[in-house]
Design a protein around this ligand. Structure first.
Ligand code: 3DD
Length: 418
C-alpha cells in the first residue's frame, strides 16, 4: 500500500537531480544534517508538514528524516508543487500527498492524510495545517509538542489566535527570525517574483511602469529587483511609514486608482484581500500584466474581473489573456496565486538554506521543550539567529571582526559619556 499520492512516480529521477542541485547550495542545512544524522535527536517524532513542495523543501524533509523523524508532507498551495520533486520524495519512502494543480478539496484531503499518523510536531506555511487541527481535529493537539510557521500571513493569523486564547499548542514564528525575514522575504521574494513574471511572459522589464502594491519586506525586495532591471517602479501602500520609506528609496508612490492608468506590470505583496478590483482592471491599459506574490490568492479580485470579461484564453503557461467587455486585454499570471512558486521555482536555494535551518532548529527546540511552553507564538532565539548567520558567512568564506574584551565592557558601560 503506497503512503503517497503524487502526479507520477516516473518523474522521480528528474526530481532527484533537482534535489541534488539544491543540496549543493544549502550548506547550512546540510551541516545540520551531518551533525544530527548520527545522534538522531528527532527519533520518535512524527512531523506533519504543509509547505510548498520544492527542491529546497525536499532538502529540509530529508534532513528531518535523517535526524530520526517520521515525516508526512503536503503542499501549502494548489499550484506550487513541483511534481518531479514530490516523486523523488515518494521514491525515497517519504509519505507525501501533493501534486500541481490540485482542487481545494484535494488540498484539504492531502492535509488530512498527513494527520493520520497523529503528528507530534507540525510545520506550516500559511497555517492551513494548524487550522485544520484546531478546527477539525482538536483531539490530535494533545500529542503535539508544538508547531512552526514559515510565512508572514500565517504568523499574523496565529498571533491573532493566541491573543484570543485559542492556541492548543505552542508555535515558533520562524518567519520572524532575522535570518529568515530579512533574507528570504527580501532577496528571495525579490528574485523569485521577477523569475515567475519572466517565465510566464518573457517581457522586457526595462522601461516598464512596474507597480508594486505593498512595501513590506516582500514588496521592497521585488521593487529593488525590478528597479535593478531598469523598470520605473511605482509603489502603492496604505501605511504612511512604509509609503515614506518607498518615497525616500526613490520610488514614485501613488494611489492604486492613479497607478492603474499608467502601469504596465502589477504585482501585489500586501497579504490583504481586494487590492486590485473591478474598477482597477477596467481602468488599466490594454495589455497590462497582473500578478500576486502574496501567500493567498485574495489580492486580485478575479471574481469581479470575470464579471467584466468577454473571453479568457491561456496564451502561455501560467498566463491567461482576459478580453474585457471594454475591448482591452489584461494578462493574469498563475491564476492570481503566488507567481514566484506557481510560475517559477520559488526562492533560490541559497536563501532557503537559512529559512529552513531555522525550521529545523525550531522543530528540534520544540521536540525538547514544547511540552513546557505556553500556548502562544514564540520567537526564534537571538542565539539561533546569530548561529545561523555565522555558519552562513563561514560557508561563504567571509570573516568578520570580533569585539575586544574592552569593547564588550564598553557596550555594557552606561556611565561612559563623551
Ligand atoms: N517559499 C518561497 N520560495 C520557496 C522555496 N523555494 N521552497 C519552499 C518554500 C518557499 C515560501 C516560503 O519560504 C516563505 O518565504 C513564505 O514566506 O511563504
Amino acid at each position: 500500500m503506497t503512503n503517497y499520492k503524487i502526479k507520477d512516480i516516473v518523474l522521480a529521477d528528474e526530481g532527484k537531480l533537482k534535489i541534488q542541485w539544491a543540496e549543493s547550495r544549502m550548506p547550512v542545512l546540510m551541516s545540520l544534517r551531518e551533525k544530527y544524522e548520527k545522534e538522531k535527536p528527532l527519533k520518535g517524532m512524527r512531523i506533519a508538514g504543509c509547505l510548498h513542495v520544492t527542491k529546497e523543501t525536499a532538502v529540509l524533509v530529508k534532513t528531518l528524516k535523517a535526524a530520526g523523524a517520521d515525516v508526512s508532507w503536503s503542499g501549502c498551495n494548489p499550484l506550487s508543487t513541483q511534481d518531479d520533486v514530490a516523486a523523488a520524495l515518494a521514491s525515497e519512502d517519504i509519505s507525501i500527498y501533493a501534486w500541481h494543480g490540485q482542487s481545494v478539496e484535494d488540498f484539504y484531503w492531502c492535509i488530512d492524510k498527513t494527520l493520520e499518523f497523529k503528528p507530534t510536531l507540525t510545520l506550516d506555511d500559511g497555517a492551513d495545517l494548524i487550522f485544520r487541527v484546531h478546527n477539525k481535529k482538536p483531539e490530535l493537539a494533545e500529542n503535539i509538542y508544538g508547531g512552526t510557521e514559515e510565512t508572514t500571513t500565517g504568523v499574523h493569523r496565529l498571533r491573532a489566535m493566541a491573543e484570543a486564547g485559542k492556541l492548543l499548542y505552542p508555535i515558533v514564528a520562524v518567519n520572524d527570525a532575522e535570518t529568515k525575514w530579512d533574507f528570504d522575504n527580501i532577496y528571495g521574494t525579490g528574485q523569485s517574483s521577477i523569475d515567475g513574471i519572466l517565465r510566464a511572459t518573457s517581457v522586457l522589464i526595462a522601461g516598464k511602469n512596474f507597480v508594486v502594491s505593498g512595501f513590506g519586506h516582500c514588496g521592497r525586495g521585488t521593487a529593488m529587483r525590478a528597479k535593478g532591471m531598469g523598470a520605473n517602479v511605482i509603489v502603492t501602500e496604505v501605511d504612511p511609514i512604509q509609503a515614506l520609506k518607498a518615497t525616500l528609496e526613490g520610488y514614485r508612490v501613488m494611489k492604486m486608482d492613479d497607478a492603474v492608468k499608467i502601469g504596465d506590470i502589477f504585482i501585489t505583496a500586501t497579504g490583504m484581500k481586494d487590492v486590485i478590483t473591478k474598477k482597477h482592471f477596467e481602468s488599466m491599459k490594454d495589455g497590462a500584466i497582473v500578478c500576486n506574490t502574496g501567500h493567498y490568492d485574495c489580492e486580485l479580485n478575479l471574481k469581479e474581473l470575470n464579471s467584466i470579461t468577454e473571453q479568457i484564453k491561456e496564451i502561455r503557461p501560467n498566463n491567461e489573456e482576459y478580453t474585457l467587455k471594454n475591448g482591452k486585454r489584461i494578462y493574469v499570471l498563475a491564476k492570481g496565486r503566488l507567481v514566484n512558486l506557481a510560475a517559477a521555482e520559488g526562492h533560490p536555494s541559497e536563501v532557503m538554506d537559512m529559512s529552513f535551518a531555522n525550521q529545523f532548529l525550531a522543530l528540534l527546540y520544540l521536540s525538547q521543550n514544547g511540552k513546557k511552553l505556553k500556548h502562544k507564538v514564540h520567537d526564534v532565539s537571538e542565539e539561533q539567529d546569530q548561529h545561523i548567520a555565522a555558519i552562513k558567512l563561514n560557508t561563504m568564506g567571509i570573516e568578520i571582526d570580533k569585539l575586544s574584551k574592552e569593547q564588550e565592557a564598553y557596550a555594557k558601560d552606561f556611565s561612559a559619556g563623551t
